[in-house]
Design a protein around this ligand. Structure first.
Ligand code: SAH
Length: 399
């Protein structure tokens, strides 16, 4: 499509790209200023002008582009994207064949060979998310490739172009095929979720927590009281209730969370009145719960990496220990805290240090029973472990 621009890698980074590192950062390039337009194909060369890899220019919070191939002759065209999508589909064969799960990730960015692009499946519908103007420049080729590889009812899209990955609301989320009737009801390990592909950046469920929800339903919920904080549409509460929790309490600041959670409960034949749905700042709720000496058998913590409410700003890096300490205080002895974060810059080791610190400061003991990272469909590249942003730890409070 575009003409190709040659760029020279700074000597100290040549090895990274030779070894298959996929992210292009302008800091690694000598003559970055040559680049003007996102979507331009770039050939990265070493200091002797030898070809190392080719990629595209697209600005994201993570970097400034992604490697697409280490074959100099490879054209980035419909055939290229078809090949990548075909391999991605094959890798998810078991999910396509699982009648109890009809929502999952089909293409996970650089994990499937094309950074900046994800494709999710929702019972016959496909949702393509473009993470930069650069990858969006390949839209026609990518959609042609997708359509040649899958049987689809309809295709929707989300644009998350700016450097913070913010959603660009331009009301053209529908791309082609049939328009869906929303809510679209999908299944996840037999449970149901209401999905809206045409209503803003978030569609109703975060698919990356599938294994965590299953664990809660199948191994932890029976006969327990569960507090689900930052609950969004209550997906963890739904699985806890289906697993036999005596009561779930869902807390989220967003007003919509109440009706959204009720909708998910009703879809799964859960008695809405037997559960609490509270629209409130989690930090206020914690204060209230500590004061009232409320105790839960399970507390789920799944905050956004950064959040600002009227009274509080929260960042995982600064405030997670405090959050854990509050959760510990309202967890029963022998109870379980499910601590989750999707903050990519925090490694599992550091996250476990946070957990240790929180318990130490309160003089309590704990045991880690399970840890989760991204499920198989959120494929991560061996050479880019940073892509595995999810960390979930099941912590048993021992004393
Ligand atoms: N745990 C959810 C996903 C959480 S998304 C799930 O599994 O589906 C993050 C949610 O945190 C959003 O719904 C947002 O409204 C909520 N949120 C952000 N700051 C908050 C705060 N201070 N108090 C309560 N909810 C908050």
């Amino acid at each position: 499509m575009n003409h190709i621009i040659d760029l020279t890698i700074k000597p100290q980074y040549i090895k990274n790209y030779k070894n298959g590192y996929p992210l292009i950062s302008k800091e690694f390039i000598v003559d970055w200023d040559k680049l003007k337009t996102e979507g331009t194909i770039v050939n990265l060369l070493d200091d002797r002008k030898k070809f190392i890899a080719k990629g595209y220019y697209g600005i994201q919070n993570k970097g400034h582009g992604w490697i697409l191939s280490c074959n100099k002759e490879e054209k980035i065209d419909v055939a290229y994207f078809s090949k990548k999508i075909k391999a991605a589909l094959q890798y998810r064969n078991d999910l396509y064949n699982d009648k109890n799960t009809t929502a999952f990730r089909v293409f996970n960015g650089e994990g499937d060979g094309v950074g900046g692009l994800t494709i999710d499946y929702f019972d016959g519908f496909y949702l393509v998310t473009w993470y930069s103007l650069g990858i969006h420049a390949f839209k026609e080729d990518i959609l042609t490739a997708l359509k040649s590889q899958v049987a689809y009812k309809g295709i929707y899209q989300k644009k998350r172009f700016d450097a913070k990955g913010q959603y660009l609301d331009d009301a053209d989320d529908f791309v082609c095929g049939e328009r869906g009737e929303f809510p679209l009801v999908v299944k996840e390990n037999g449970a149901k979720f209401a999905i809206y592909l045409d209503d803003g950046p978030m569609v109703g469920v975060f698919l990356d927590q599938r294994e965590v929800r299953k664990k809660i339903r199948d191994c932890y919920a029976k006969g327990k009281t569960v507090l689900n904080t930052f609950s969004y549409t209550g997906a963890f509460s739904v699985f806890a209730a289906l697993g036999g929790a005596t009561k779930t309490t869902s807390v989220d600041l967003a007003k919509r969370s109440r009706s959204k959670t009720q909708e998910q409960f009703m879809l799964n034949n859960i008695d809405v009145d037997a559960h609490d749905i509270i629209v409130e700042d989690v930090f206020n709720y914690f204060k209230y719960a500590v004061k009232k000496e409320l105790l839960f058998d399970m507390v789920v913590l799944d905050p956004p990496s950064f959040a600002r409410s009227k009274k509080h700003t929260f960042s995982v890096a600064k405030d997670y220990v405090k959050l854990l300490k509050e959760a510990i205080q309202i967890t029963n002895k022998d109870g379980v805290i499910v601590a989750s974060t999707n903050y990519a810059n925090l490694k599992m080791g550091k996250f476990k240090e946070f957990i240790d610190k929180a318990f130490k400061e309160l003089g309590g003991k704990y045991k880690i029973e399970h840890t989760f990272s991204l499920p198989k469909d959120f494929r991560v590249m061996e050479k880019f472990k940073e892509g595995d942003y999810l960390k979930v730890v099941f912590i048993r409070k021992v004393a």
